[in-house]
Write a protein that binds this ligand. Structure first.
Ligand SMILES: Cc1cc2nc3c(=O)[nH]c(=O)nc-3n(C[C@H](O)[C@H](O)[C@H](O)COP(=O)(O)OP(=O)(O)OC[C@H]3O[C@@H](n4cnc5c(N)ncnc54)[C@H](O)[C@@H]3O)c2cc1C
Length: 425
């Protein structure tokens, strides 16, 4: 009989397995997909490295710093703030403190007025003071209500906060919890945002090193016997003394019977190859106008290794909230509509783009409205010997998934210090 079975090889499962292995326990990880990494994966298409969805790492995430070797990931810093696109108009919206090169264009930009720039500075000064995890406590409201109470204008909301935080919350309407907004704002202040040079999947590949992970095996049922747990899998039954369910929330609900699912937010990504950059900017491009595109990036301007020599890679993010009919929209029609929007930025140059791949992620994050944290599930389940490790116990983020895996492992090991670490710390 195995010692500990971890179900799911996303960030939560891999972190749990690492902590347990480091504590000397024998751990086996089963993964339903063909690849390790869950939502954090990259693939190669025609020599281009494509991340499964555009996501960035916040190197200041405490759990990431505890468990990943960030130096080995060769992180490339994403320039702060971005470029606000309104048709042909492109205003650089840099952070002069972190990115002095952006100073001239930031001061002259009409994307944000002087009052809003001062409000950003005031917000930063206020959020810099408490320990980051304390920002996850206190009164809650929507991010939009919070920003309006700080005095931000419609222009600031539409030109910057909606597209920028829309790319983080996968909701452009700023309906997510203001506590989370404050926490992410602080993470950005403390460490910026970065991408591993070899692709976001380098993170989960690194975490999986030295672990016994079997991909392509789905767990279909768990039966607790008191002394052990039997996992029915697509490769036959398996017994383990203890089980950690580190799947997405929907699967965790099916396996444990616990009502942990919190709904889903989805997004789609279009990847284009080009013989030359249509934009010299390595910065994030934020769409300030209504449309399908929320944000985009000439990924190869930031990380040349992501494209073959002499070619460029453009990654475009479409949030499913802006495209309710997406499940019925075929890839070619979506591509055609995105190209129409890109032609408002780049004119005839869009003809040079070659569509490489379209990625639809039906469940990318769960919605996190104000007070969502009040109803978070814990790690215990009604099945003896079965613990839950999933972002759904914390927040829908790299930090949330990793700290959840860490905490489930701490509970199993009886590690009091690990168990009592606050959310976000
Ligand atoms: C497009 C996108 C953008 C994002 N942007 C950000 C961002 O900018 N910043 C940030 O912090 N976070 C971001 N996130 C969120 C972050 O990636 C997730 O919170 C995190 O990866 C979740 O990890 P997890 O281990 O909880 O779940 P998952 O990664 O979903 O892993 C669960 C695993 O369990 C496996 N599994 C499911 N059922 C079974 C079964 N029955 N048997 C065996 N295996 C099973 C699945 O195949 C999967 O590999 C983003 C996510 C996406 C998709």
């Amino acid at each position: 009989m195995g010692d500990i079975l971890v179900i799911g090889s996303g960030l939560a499962g891999l972190t749990a397995a690492r902590v347990l292995t480091q504590a000397g326990r024998r751990v086996r990880v089963l993964e339903a997909g063909q690849e390790v990494g869950g939502r954090v994966q990259s693939r190669t298409v025609d020599g281009f490295t494509l991340d499964a969805g555009y996501q960035v790492l916040f190197p200041a995430y405490p759990a990431l710093r505890r468990h990943a070797d960030l130096d080995a990931l060769d992180l490339v810093t994403v320039p702060p703030a971005g470029v606000v696109r309104r048709g042909r108009r492109a205003d650089v919206l840099g952070d002069p403190l972190r990115d002095p090169a952006s100073l001239p264009s930031t001061l002259s930009t009409r994307a944000l007025g002087l009052g809003d720039k001062l409000r950003v500075a005031r917000l930063a000064a206020r959020l810099r003071v408490p320990p980051p995890h304390a920002l996850l406590a206190g009164p809650d409201e929507t991010t939009e209500d919070y920003l309006r109470r700080q005095g931000f204008s419609d222009r600031a909301l539409d030109h910057f906060f909606r597209p920028f935080f829309g790319g983080i919350f996968l909701q452009r309407d700023l309906s997510a919890s203001a506590r989370l907004f404050r926490y992410y704002f602080r993470m950005l202040m403390d460490g910026g945002a970065a991408l591993p040079r070899a692709g976001i999947g380098a993170l989960t590949r690194q975490l999986a090193q030295g672990l016994e992970v079997t991909a392509g095996v789905r767990v279909t049922r768990l039966t607790a016997h008191g002394s052990h747990v039997t996992a029915a899998t697509s490769a036959g039954d398996l017994d383990a003394r203890q089980v950690i369910v580190a799947t997405d929330a929907q699967s965790a609900q099916a396996l444990t019977g616990e009502p942990v699912s919190r709904g889903r937010l989805g997004s789609s990504y279009l990847y284009y190859a080009a013989p030359r950059p249509l934009d010299p900017q390595p910065r994030l491009l934020l769409n300030a106008e209504a449309g399908l595109i929320n944000n985009a990036q000439w990924t190869s301007r930031l990380i040349p290794e992501r494209a073959p020599a002499g070619q460029e890679l453009l990654t475009v993010t479409v949030l499913h909230e802006s495209l309710p009919g997406l499940p019925d929209l075929d890839d070619a029609s979506l591509d055609a509509r995105v190209r129409v929007e890109l032609s408002q930025w780049y004119g005839e140059g869009v003809r040079e783009l070659r569509t490489l791949h379209t990625e639809h992620i039906g469940f990318a994050q769960f919605p996190q409205p104000p007070e969502y944290a009040a109803t978070l599930p814990g790690h215990a389940t009604a099945l003896p010997g079965v613990l839950l490790a999933s972002e759904v116990t914390s927040m829908s983020s790299v930090q949330g998934a990793m700290e959840s895996g860490e905490k489930a492992a701490a509970i199993l090991l009886g590690d009091l210090a690990g168990m009592s670490r606050p959310r976000g710390a």
